[in-house]
Design a binder for this molecule. Sequence first.
Ligand code: ATP
Length: 442
Amino acid sequence: MSSEEPAADAGLFDKVVNLCKRRGFVFPSAEIYGGFRSTYDYGPVGVLLLRNVKDAWWRSMVQLRDDVVGIDAAILSPPAVWEASGHLQNFTDPLVDCRSCHERFRLDKLDDPELCPRCGARGSFTEARQFNLMFKTQAGPVQDAGAVAYLRPETAQGMFTNFANVATTSRKKPPFGIAQVGKSFRNEITPQNFVFRTREFEQMEMEYFVPPEAATKWFEYWCQERYDWYVELGMPKETLRLRPHDADELSHYSTATSDVEFLFPWGWDELEGIANRTDYDLTQHAAHSGERLEYFDQVTGERYVPFVIEPAAGATRTMMAFLMAAYDEEEVRGELRTVLRLHPRLAPYKVAVLPLSRKETLTPLAREVLSLLQPHMMCDYDETQSIGRRYRRQDELGTPFCVTVDFDSLDDAAVTVRERDSMVQDRVPVDGVLDHLRSRLA
Ligand code: ATP
């Protein structure tokens, strides 16, 4: 690491994991049965944050563009798809067993390929063998070869198998993209680091089809676009970098790949890969399916198989990175305040409505303010505990604004709006509070 690079904050990991459990972002799955390794459930605020990450991606990749359309393809798929894509043969990681403690590891992720990180034995590993990461299952009641199905290990293939359907129905021509957000499954050898690497996770992927000669230009364009997306949503530039792959790291289909990396508590690691997948996928699916998967330009009379530039991001992993980037602690009047400085677009709740006390006199006006805001933004409502503790709770949820209804509100028809980061409070008339919040959230 160069002396100019920021140091990873090793203590941050435990703090964020604890906050996730304590405040309802992420729970271990099936916890009442002791949990199920590497699977997690998203709680009341986690589901909102994750949805906001996916919505922010969709907004930037689909809504704000006229050259990208979306799909939602099936998770279950027949072996033919994975035969053609190369996943049956190539989607493997090198697996080693420790002869001493019998734990299994992914060889390429070990700090020292000779040292078992579990029991400390040296030179105890077996020869590496290739382990396929796809989850195999059976579709229907009959267990024969025709019933074999796979849970998709990436969303990308749905875009390739639907290339002709989408191009025809949406009347798009290269350069154009197909985007998808959804679950993917990989039987990871060593799932680790909370939701960073899990066996079930969500991806946000887009396949951008371009004339072959324009592939390099579009590859560079998407590297920059994707880097900028994280910065616009509040990730500090010093915790973000674009790292081009070395030739020996490239996937079987790629001629160039760059990763967007985030400085996690354990060091730099991948959030997203942007790859030039060439015409590999369309050519493979055309050969295996017998369908023509190419573009015919009616103006020039030219026929070609488009190249594909793919920005492939993980939604769950990115959500975790946004939490780590937003986590902050500061001292306020001799007490430690924990605050999630999340971008308002990502914050689970945009506003919390808090009657100063649980008095019957305040509840009707507080509920009126809540009903005024609810159709326009995600709101929380909380009337238990002291107002100070309720502010702290909202700080830990990353709620940008709290609206407090107090006894003066009954006379002046105004409420106090408190901003999360500065804690500055403003008095705002009830009938102007929606506009006030909207303009500050914009
Ligand atoms: P890695 O090298 O970390 O295994 P990858 O390079 O194989 O990842 P891709 O196939 O490029 O990953 O997938 C695109 C994105 O999907 C990754 O950048 C990551 O954000 C996300 N992703 C991949 N595997 C997982 C996983 N097991 N858990 C959570 N997110 C994942």
